[in-house]
Design a protein around this ligand. Structure first.
Ligand code: GAR
Length: 192
């Protein structure tokens, strides 16, 4: 149980299953609050977050990369940790520098394999199956100014069966992500 007030800002652009799992994991801990930030005004994650009583913010490319609005919002919330959960843009240096070692990302492969710009979601799983990888998994890592690059916190693996389709891989990845990401967030908060 964490007694201090903690604010976690989740950046997400997609369906938001990881965001929901993380918010749900901490639902009994009233001192932990969340916001969900997205570059996509119609991302399903926004409605899901709102239905859980979580404040949301959307922003344009220009606001994110050339203005201070997002940074100011994070500061106004006294954000302790930024969690990327299906967020596909690089994080600009004004935010990286304001939150050193306090931004984490999840990637659906064993980095450095199958990472980098353009490698996200099903594209990763298709590439894994096409490459006939014997194993794949998830990587949770600190975020720096390059795609899928910062220090690795944890990797979890599983064997890819010959008959596995990209959809099968995606399902197994999501199961691993949903179990581990909330627990890694908890461990990091506990170390703060
Ligand atoms: C997750 O599988 C995450 O690992 C991936 O996007 C998915 C988001 O799913 N992230 C990347 O590919 C980042 N390069 P969700 O919206 O259901 O949480």
């Amino acid at each position: 149980m964490i007694n201090r007030k903690i604010h976690i800002a989740i950046f997400a652009s997609g369906t938001g299953s990881n965001a929901v799992k993380i918010i749900d994991f901490f639902k009994e801990q009233k001192n932990i609050s969340f916001s969900v930030l997205s570059n996509k005004k119609d991302a399903p994650v926004l409605e899901k977050a709102q239905s859980l009583g979580v404040e949301t913010l959307t922003f344009t490319k220009d606001e994110f990369f050339n203005q201070e609005e997002v940074l100011n919002y994070l500061k106004s919330k006294q954000t302790n940790l930024i969690v990327l959960a299906g967020f596909l843009w690089l994080v600009p240096s004004n935010i990286i520098q304001s939150f050193p070692n306090r931004i984490i990302n999840i990637h659906p492969a064993l980095l450095p394999k199958f990472g980098g710009k353009g490698m996200y979601g099903m594209k990763v799983h298709q590439a894994v199956v096409e490459a006939k990888e014997k194993e794949t998994g998830i990587t949770i890592h600190y975020v720096d100014e390059q795609y899928d690059h910062g220090t690795v916190i944890v990797q979890e693996k599983f064997n890819v069966a010959e008959k596995d389709t990209p959809e099968d891989v995606a399902n197994k990845i999501h199961q691993l992500e949903h179990y581990h990401y909330p627990r890694v967030v908890e461990a990091i908060i506990n170390m703060m």
